[in-house]
Design a protein around this ligand. Sequence first.
Ligand SMILES: *[C@@H]1O[C@H](CO)[C@@H](O)[C@H](O)[C@H]1NC(C)=O
Ligand SMILES: *[C@@H]1O[C@H](CO)[C@@H](O)[C@H](O)[C@H]1NC(C)=O
Ligand SMILES: [Zn+2]
Length: 525
Amino acid sequence: MMYSQILLATTLILSLTGVVFGDGQHSGSRDRAAARAARKAQRAVTEDATYWNQLGQQLLLDELGKQRINSQAKNIIFFLGDGMSISTVTAARIYKGQKAGKTGEEEQLYFDRFPYTALSRTYCTDAQVADSACSATAYLCGVKTDTDTIGIDANVEFNNCTTQNDPATRVDSVMAWAQAANKGTGIVTTTRVTHATPAGTYAHVANRDWEDDYAQSFDGADSTICDDIAEQLVLNNPGQNFKVILGGGRAYFTPRTAQDPETGAAGRRRDGKDLIGQWVANHPTGKYITTRDELVNLDVAGTDSLFGLFSPSHMEYFLESDTANNPTLEEMTRTAIQMLQKEANGYVLLVEGGRIDQAHHDGRAKVALEEAFQFDLAISAAVNLTDPADTLIIVTADHSHTMTINGYPDRGNDILGLVGYLASDLKPYTTLNYANGPGYVNGYLGGDRVDLTNVDTTADTFRQPALVPLASETHGGDDVAIFARGPQAHLFQGVYEQHYIAHVMGYAACIGPGVKFCDVPRSRY
Ligand SMILES: *[C@@H]1O[C@H](CO)[C@@H](O)[C@H](O)[C@H]1NC(C)=O
Ligand SMILES: *[C@@H]1O[C@H](CO)[C@@H](O)[C@H](O)[C@H]1NC(C)=O
Ligand SMILES: [Zn+2]
């Protein structure tokens, strides 16, 4: 189309949908001015020049007093907020503040206070926008690879079972490095423990969907030739040596003949293997648990290793969880740290807030923000249980999502609410929206945009509007943030490739094949 034709078509569409031209970004500016004056009259001005100057000076002094911790990290706790984009961090911060009755924007998440931050470039070898499999391989194994593959490099073809077994293509994770240095290792997640992020610590697979032999059968993959992910966790290194495994996914470890203790549903495995029984047999001084009670009352000192599966599949979203029976991410994190603190040579622990991502895929921003809030509580627990002098804590995400914080909402406006001013079609709109996903209702060509005037946009079940219709909202390709504290945290101050994170972990803890803090003559640094 010529430019003039595009203009004509656009004008037609806009006039059909009743859009008014020329009102610019501050639509309804006269109404807005009146509303603003009314609000101003009601509110005492506390945030004046004195307030901001004092705050600014305090922030400056804090920064000037910041000290690098240039020592070896005995322990590493790696927190991965799946799909925790920067807009998710900002919105979760406001959500947290508003839950506490504040305006919200000024609130701090616990990890907002970490002294060092950086950006992570998340693209994969074959994709501009990452998935959780290639990105896990990057930040856990130090190697970028193709989407949907885990623990193998880009030489492996997606779905090719034979090449999955070629040792030349395999890449080890920080967990293998840590075990070689006699450190304890563990994983905690709210998803199935066989899902892409936790699998990045122990699996080597040509397709992330191969969580059990049943899933493999749909792709014609032979599980007798290439192990599925659940088998790799229980039977192979480094998974079989994990001191702590906590999350969901029971059905992936049990045969069709087994009944789930909670739901009574059959297991998924077609090969008849009972991998939970196998784990128990292999860990005579370990403990397998399925309930919150068993977790919070665990005899930590008397338990050598711990395998907790709290759901047949993913654990419930916090907002939908029966928290009397299901542990929170914070509770799982506490127990995991207490278990690993028994390790003389230290430990490496992965904690995943795994369902921030899935709530975004569902177009449910409130659920995603609550998952991020729960993730922040787990980080707070880790901060309280550890010493920054010997424990490096890293908080990051694997990839972004398409949620934006938009419009010109007033200070303190409900982050889950309507912006407060009308759009050009004279209907209200939400502050949080998605570029695509299941929240698409109507459109610009086929019909009117949905009218949210009488809709409770703060309901747990509400889906934020989306521009492009998709059954599942997609990931985003923008950079994600890295927050760090503890030994070598200062190595995160810039814009990095995502796989750099694993190299920093190896250096800081003196593990793995790369350069190590312990090997480097101190005078050079
Ligand atoms: C898997 O990869 C190998 C080695 O590149 C190749 O020989 C084989 O044909 C591939 N198998 C399939 C099913 O594509
Ligand atoms: C960690 O300690 C701080 C300060 O005492 C407290 O406010 C916070 O609630 C604690 N976090 C957790 C998860 O217990
Ligand atoms: Zn995802």
